[in-house]
Every structure is written in C-alpha cells, then in structure tokens.
Design a protein around this ligand. Structure first.
Ligand SMILES: [Zn+2]
Ligand SMILES: [Zn+2]
Length: 662
C-alpha cells in the first residue's frame, strides 16, 4: 500500500493511503468528526496527499452539533421503524438539542416518545455506521419517491433556508446509509452530513416534547409533527441540562408574572403586547426611577418622541429600506375621496416606530450645534413596536411592543475613545446595581463585504471599543465580521443566577445615520463637521430586563425592587390594631408595607407571604405589643424577635437604600 503525507492536528504524518481519520483518531474517543482542509467531514472520509486534518471533539460547538444532528437522524430511523407510514421532513441541530419534523399517520402522544426512545436505544446499541453516498438528483428522486418532503428539498435550487441546509445545499447531493451488523444498509436518509462515525457514539440523549410545525415554516404548507430532543457527550451532562431546565421552568417569568400578579398578555390586545399590573408597575417604576437618576448623574438629557411618524422619516433613516419586515404595516391617514368613492387626494402613510434613533436625530438637528455642546447625550424611555413573528414571541423578554432605555450620544471623533470607555464602565456598573455580576463582552468587527464609512474610521472606532473592553478585565469574545454595516459594536452578555447567558446592553457606533440625516456641528476652527453617533440601550428594553431579573431572582426581588417590601402578620386578630399602626409608620417612612387583614389564620398568612416572596414579614403578638416591638421573619425562614419599631424601620430602609438582597 502506498503512503501519503498528511497533516494531523498540526503534525506531519505519513500514513497508508487507505487510512481514514477514523483510524488515525481511533485511540481518542472524544474525536467524533474532523475538519479536512477546514471543512467539517465524516471520520470515514478518504484522505488525499497533502490534506490538513483536525480532530473535532464531541464537546466542541461543531462536535455537539454533529452529535445532535446524528441523534435526530437516529430518531427519524426509529420513528419509521415504529410507525412505518411516517414521512420525513427535516432534522437540524438546534441550541442544546435537535428536532425532526414528521408527517405521521396519527398525531404523536407522550407514550409514543417512550416507544421511539427505546427503538433509538436499540439502534445506538447496534453501532450502525453512517455511510455517505453521493447521488444525483434523478437517482435521489427515484430512491426517495415515497418521501415527498425530501423530494421537494431535492428540487430546491440555491439556498434552501438555514434549517433545510442539513439535508441539501452542499456542492453534492448525498444520502447517508445506516449499516447494520452485516454491513448492509438498514435505513437511508437524504442528508448533507457529516455524522458521528457510528450510532454507538451517542452517549446520552432524551426526547423532550412534540409540537406542531408547518413544513418549511409557512402556514400555506401542511402541518407536520415536530419532536424535540437533546443529546450530550455524557449522562452527567444530560442530567445537569435536565436539572437546569427544571430550574428554569420554576423561574419562568411568564409563570411568575401570573403567580406574583405582575403583568399579563390579554387576548383582546394581541400577542406580544403586555399590560403591567399594579405590582409589576411598582417593580418597573423602581427600575426606571433608579435608571433615570443614574443617567442624570452621567450627564444625559431626557427627551420624548411620539409613537408614530410619517413614512418619510424612516425613508431618511433607511429603516423602510432594510427593516420594513420588522415594522407594523402603515396606516393611511388624511385620504380624501370623491362622491363616487374614488380617491381624490392620496393619504399620508404613518408608521409605528420600531426605533427611536431618527427622532433623536431630529432633536439634534432642530438647531445649529457647536462643539461646545458635545458630547450631547439624549435619553428616552422610548416605546417601540416591532412586528416579531409569533413563533419567536416569548413573554416580556421577546414582545411586539416594548420600551427601550435608549440613548444616543453625539460626539466628536476625538471624544469617541473617552466616551466609549466611560460609557462601558457606566453600563456595567449600572447592571451590577441591579444585581447582575457575571459578564463577558463581545466585540463585533467590520464585515469587509458590507459596510459604509471610511476604513480609518472603522479602525479607530473598533480600536476604541477594544480598548474600552480590555480595560474592564472581562472576557472578550471576538465576533469577527459580525458588525452591522453601519458600525462596530460591543455587547454585554450577562450570566444569571443559574448560569444562563442573556445579551444585555449594546454599544453601537454608527457612521451611517449622521450622514443620512446630514448632522453637523461647528468645530473650534469654524468648519462644519459630522459628529460620531453612538447608540446604546442598557437594559435592551425595560420589559426584557424585567423578565431577566424576574428569572434571575426567581421572583424574590431584592427589597428595593420588591412590589411589597414588608407585610404585617398579626399572631391573632387582637394585635391587628397595634400592627396596623406599625405598618402605617413604615409607610410614612417610605416603605411599601401592607397589613394582611384577611380572615386567614396566621400560618396561612405566612404561607401567602412566602408565595408572594415578600422580603420582610412583620409579625406582632402579645410580647411584641407590650415591648413596643415587632418580630421579623425573613424569606429563608429565620426569625428575629423583639425588634423596637424604630430599628425595624431602619433595617428595612437600609437594605432598600443600599439595594442589597435579603
Ligand atoms: Zn443526517
Ligand atoms: Zn438608536
């Protein structure tokens, strides 16, 4: 056998020509797929002279995606074993798992998932090899004549959409055969691959749930049945993931929103549009008030702008050109008609605003600006409306109407570096004040194919952002080429109490809008110059941040945000009057305190207060009354007795003022 020379993980090797990566990596069970000359390939791929091969571990992002897609593949095989007359849709990997769409004879029920899982376990145990086979369109259509959805994918020329790209869209059309113990195919699927070397490389998986899904995402197409599953490199990791899901479920802001009476989404208003109830209103106002104070201290000026505007404004800003899909359709106003109903004078198109920036630019432009006024920082709690697809709506963290804590900073080029640096510090410190402490930063840099502005400006702004980010001593992830065409950006990613990452603030430099709006200022030398514009939203939106904090705290807000900070619970009815007076004093001192004057027994009142996650239960019985004192019961169940009223008030006021958790 002749030898070929290949590079494996950076080392030059001479191997026999029929050696494949699966042999080369045979001793390393972690390697389940590989890159050959930079392209992700099966470990069974033939090698050629000069190939550069890199092993890809099952725990890497690519490895996990291949594991999950391969598990989806096994699930489809199992489904067709158990329910022979099921037609196949597509089966891509997704975050933390995978799905596969099916057209079954009967709707799946939870018992079916158990049956499918056990069929999958059998396939995994058999260690069926995934074998790649290149085919032609005509052959594939013949072979898959019984799979109408797959045939439709074969017919798609060009990009098939992100999700369908697991089956087609490569340079070659391929079918994967699963080989049984005797080496003969037992099942085949149109698929682009790559896959794990064999089914026994699936260490741990679970099927999660079923859902209805339209074929290729369009309601004009048939409704299919989707099965979601998850797969992990070890049973321990699967268990940890399932625990995290259970914890996330307990903390789900949509559920807590109802339980704690914070907000709701009435059918009558429409999906993605929330109303905040009094208790949610208190939390929200506390969030906004503190933000406002901090922004004022940092030199921001507060502005207001309307919710609707003529189309022309969004033509100037470019939103109608590249963002129209995300906007609510226009209203036609002031149209005039003839007697016969025909239009006499065309109306004006008005749009709900999806962003506040154009309005702030008009405020900037309302008069001449001098360098002396810069940096000019305009802030607005600006409510915007975006027509999000109903499938992506998720409580108040992804809604159709929401209020951004939006600011636009106009500064000179010379001021930009300092401004970005102090801005990032301000943003992080403010997030810390709300109780988030674990961050990393992401820097999105220029996409060389698609950008406006001068290279030198981009370089300067990107360097300024990089410098500001580095100064924070936080992990910095580079999103190379990921910037929007109008400027580089830093985004702050925050981890919550159970380790989930949320994208919070973004700081976005914009070279485009100042041009489109012809913004200017007169410089020291009297020339007219263009300011740099920085967009930044710190919470993203108040609603979204509210949702994140609700989940982060699991509804047990720190006292400064809690809707009710203290609840009075008399040991018996006879102490109601005394305790009622204490509560009154607390309210006078600015504490959000209430007396539970219901007919419930004390134990029930304590349970209710626990359910409502109220930070302080203020209890009074005979001894308390005699001593002019109260007892505290905290969220963790601990109790402190005989606290003089003035001390009780001082203790609550202190934690509120310091914004500490109790
Ligand atoms: Zn596949
Ligand atoms: Zn903006």
């Amino acid at each position: 056998m002749s030898q070929i020379s290949v590079t494996v993980d950076g080392k030059q090797l001479s191997v026999e020509a029929d050696q494949r990566p699966t042999h080369i990596f045979a001793d390393n069970k972690e390697i389940v797929v590989c890159k050959i000359n930079g392209v992700l390939k099966d470990l069974w791929t033939d090698l050629s002279e000069g190939d550069v091969v890199e092993g890809v571990s099952i725990s890497s992002a690519d490895g996990l995606a291949v594991l999950r897609h391969s598990t989806a593949h096994v699930m489809a095989q199992a489904v067709q074993e158990v329910y022979a007359n099921t037609r196949l849709g597509i089966g891509p990997p997704i975050k933390d798992g995978f799905y596969y769409d099916f057209d079954p004879e009967n709707t799946f029920n939870p018992d079916d998932l158990t049956k499918i899982e056990s069929a999958m376990r059998k396939i995994i145990k058999e260690g069926q090899r995934f074998r790649r086979r290149v085919t032609t369109e005509a052959e594939a259509l013949r072979e898959l004549a019984h799979e109408p959805y797959k045939c439709e994918l074969i017919g798609i020329k060009g990009p098939a959409g992100e999700e369908a790209s697991v089956e087609v869209g490569g340079s070659e059309l391929t079918i994967y055969d699963n080989l049984g113990r005797d080496g003969n195919p037992v099942w085949s699927d149109l698929c682009r691959g790559p896959h794990l070397p064999s089914t026994k490389h699936i260490p741990a998986f679970k099927l999660m749930r079923t859902a209805a899904a339209y074929w290729r995402g369009s309601e004009k197409n048939p409704m299919l049945q989707r099965i979601y599953g998850t797969a992990w490199p070890s049973q321990d990791e699967l268990n940890a993931y399932l625990e995290l899901l259970a914890e996330a479920e307990k903390r789900d802001h949509r559920r807590l929103g109802t339980e704690l009476d914070l907000f709701s989404f009435p059918e009558e208003i429409g999906s993605g549009l929330a109303v905040f109830h009094p208790k949610g209103g208190i939390v929200r106002r506390a969030m906004e008030d503190y933000s406002r104070i901090r922004h004022e201290e940092e030199g921001y000026e507060f502005v207001y702008s309307p919710h609707i505007t003529k189309a022309a404004l969004f033509e100037t800003s470019g939103h109608l050109q590249w963002y129209a899909d995300g906007m609510y359709p226009p209203m036609i106003l002031d149209e005039e008609y003839n007697a016969d109903g025909t239009v006499k004078r065309a109306g004006q198109q008005y749009y709900m605003k999806p962003m506040n920036c154009p309005f702030h630019n008009l405020i900037y432009k309302s008069r001449g600006r001098s360098y002396r006024e810069l940096p000019l920082r305009l802030f607005e709690f600006g409510t915007v409306y975006r027509y999000e697809k109903s499938g992506v709506l998720h409580g108040i963290t992804r809604a159709r109407g929401f209020t951004q804590d939006d600011a636009h900073i106009y500064c000179t080029k010379e001021q930009m570096v300092g401004e970005l640096d102090s801005l990032l510090t301000f943003v992080l410190n403010l997030l810390r004040d709300y109780g988030l402490n674990d961050f990393y930063l992401e820097l999105s840099t220029k996409n060389d194919e698609k950008f406006v502005g001068e290279d030198s400006d981009w370089e300067e702004a990107t360097e300024a952002l990089r410098k500001a980010a580095t100064a924070q001593n936080l992990e910095l992830v580079l999103d190379e080429g990921g910037a929007a065409f109008y400027g580089p950006k830093i985004s702050v990613q925050a981890k919550d109490a159970i380790g989930r990452t949320w994208q919070m603030s973004t700081i976005q430099v914009d070279f485009q809008l100042p041009q489109r709006f012809e913004l200017e200022f007169s410089a020291t030398d009297g020339t007219r110059q263009r300011p740099v514009m920085i967009h930044r939203a710190l919470f993203g939106s108040i609603e979204r941040f509210f949702g994140v904090l609700t989940e982060h705290y699991s509804g047990a807000f720190p006292p400064w945000l809690a809707p009710v900070q203290a609840i009075g619970i008399p040991v018996a009815d006879t102490f109601s009057e005394y305790l009622g007076d204490v509560i009154k004093q607390m309210r006078k001192a600015g504490i959000r305190a209430e007396l539970d004057a219901s007919d419930d027994r004390m134990q029930k009142k304590v349970r209710n207060a626990q359910m409502q996650k109220i930070p302080f239960m203020v209890i009074a019985g005979e001894e308390d009354q005699k001593a002019g004192a109260v007892s505290f019961r905290y969220r963790n169940g601990e109790q402190k007795n005989g606290i003089p009223i003035a001390d009780a008030i001082a203790e609550i006021k202190k934690v509120v003022q310091e914004r500490t958790q109790v």
